[in-house]
Design a protein around this ligand. Structure first.
Ligand code: ZN
Length: 293
């Protein structure tokens, strides 16, 4: 038997990057079966979450535990066909993590929406010692995960920033110490997480990060800021954060299995995938839509 396995898909999350892929802005050639947040069932193993960065396991990045940066990685629903399907061919069982009793429909979004903010927060932890402030710009799905990781993993004061009043309320209920609208007075912060990534939010990030602090951009709205002396605070670190390593996803699964994470999903039949994508484009989605075959 080779290393390939066929996983029966139980659930696949619908992500904003699926829209970018449909629009041809990212990803490989079309047509493509979308879906990179996948939970499924493997005969003889049980219910599994699919680690979506299908790396070669041999290159320098893989050796360093940076599978998501592997130049040879093929991501389902991106570079190869993905999880908006009844079955998924995976290249190797090492990309499967046992769900450990988690509901597959709830677990699927952890493979991107759950792990990406985890990685961003984990990398900023050295800045988030007691007394530090973390600013989370954008309190949508990913921001809500980020707020929870910040409370679980750091002693920082967490301030969420979002124009939407319901999202600010949600941020507070998930543990943010304060929630502000973009025009409000914001505190200076040791770490700023930009879950939006527009010109406006990046500007807000560099205006509020302290010297020697860190700005982590996760959102892919395509914004830019000028970089150089007197354009950003002295010795500030600017970094993007990309998806998650295998270890990051393992850690997120562990946190979810302990019951320490809250997130919203809305199951929808796979046959209504186009409706799900239209609603996401219209901004008419509260939690993650998860397609079920
Ligand atoms: Zn590699």
């Amino acid at each position: 038997m080779g290393t390939e396995r066929v996983v029966r898909v139980l659930a696949a999350g619908v992500c904003h990057s699926d829209l970018h892929m449909i629009d041809g802005a990212v990803g490989g050639p079309l047509p493509r079966v979308l879906g990179h947040e996948i939970a499924g069932h493997l005969e003889g193993v049980g219910d599994v979450l699919v680690y979506p960065c299908w790396s070669d396991g041999t290159c320098d990045y893989c050796q360093r535990g940076l599978e998501q940066l592997c130049p040879a990685a093929a991501e389902p629903g991106w570079a190869v066909d993905g999880g908006f399907a009844e079955q998924l061919l995976i290249p190797h069982p090492r990309f499967l993590l046992p769900l450990g009793g988690l509901d597959p429909v709830r677990a699927a979004p952890l493979a991107d929406a759950g792990v990406t903010p985890y990685r961003a927060v984990r990398r900023a932890l050295p800045w988030l010692t007691a007394g530090a402030t973390a600013l989370v710009i954008g309190a949508g799905g990913l921001g809500q995960f980020a707020i929870q990781y910040l409370r679980l993993l750091s002693a920082a004061t967490v301030v969420a920033v979002d124009p939407s009043e319901p999202k600010r309320r949600r941020a507070l209920s998930l543990g943010a110490h304060d929630a502000a609208a973009p025009g409000d007075d914001l505190p200076a912060a040791e770490a700023v997480f930009d879950l939006v990534g527009s010109d406006a939010t990046l500007r807000q990030a560099v205006e509020h990060v302290r010297p020697a602090g860190v700005v982590v951009v996760v959102g892919e709205a395509g914004g830019r800021i000028p970089f150089g002396f007197r354009l950003v605070p002295y010795e500030v670190h600017l970094t993007s954060s990309v998806w998650g390593s295998y270890q990051d996803l393992q850690a997120v699964l562990g946190i979810a299995q302990r019951g320490d994470l809250a997130w919203d999903v809305e199951p929808m039949p796979l046959a209504r995938a186009n409706e799900a994508l239209s609603r996401l484009r219209a901004g008419d989605v509260a939690g993650r839509i998860v397609l079920t075959p």
